[in-house]
Write a protein of this length. Structure first.
Length: 87
């Protein structure tokens, strides 16, 4: 609603569902958080350094892949770090 365009495409949603099914539970949530966080960092870098605007589209599936790989390898460490932050 803010940008007056769709945030996720159909392929993004199907990929998110498949990550949820494959990783299951807490690792999938960690993967999604990592994907959102990393895409936000790249978006900010694009806005600040490369003069992109807010309507510049950024594909989400590569970030979801990076988040999934990181969650597979380092789920316990990331989850413990997250718990120490929120508690």
């Amino acid at each position: 609603k803010i940008y007056k365009q769709n945030a996720f495409g159909g392929a993004d949603i199907i990929t998110i569902i498949s990550v949820l099914c494959c990783l299951g539970g807490k690792p999938a949530i960690v993967a999604l958080y990592l994907a959102v966080f990393s895409s936000a960092i790249v978006g900010i870098i694009l806005l600040v350094f490369f003069k992109a605007n807010r309507r510049t589209q950024l594909p989400f599936i590569p970030f979801l892949g990076i988040g999934s790989i990181a969650a597979i390898g380092y789920f316990e460490h990331i989850y413990r770090f997250y718990l120490t932050i929120i508690t």
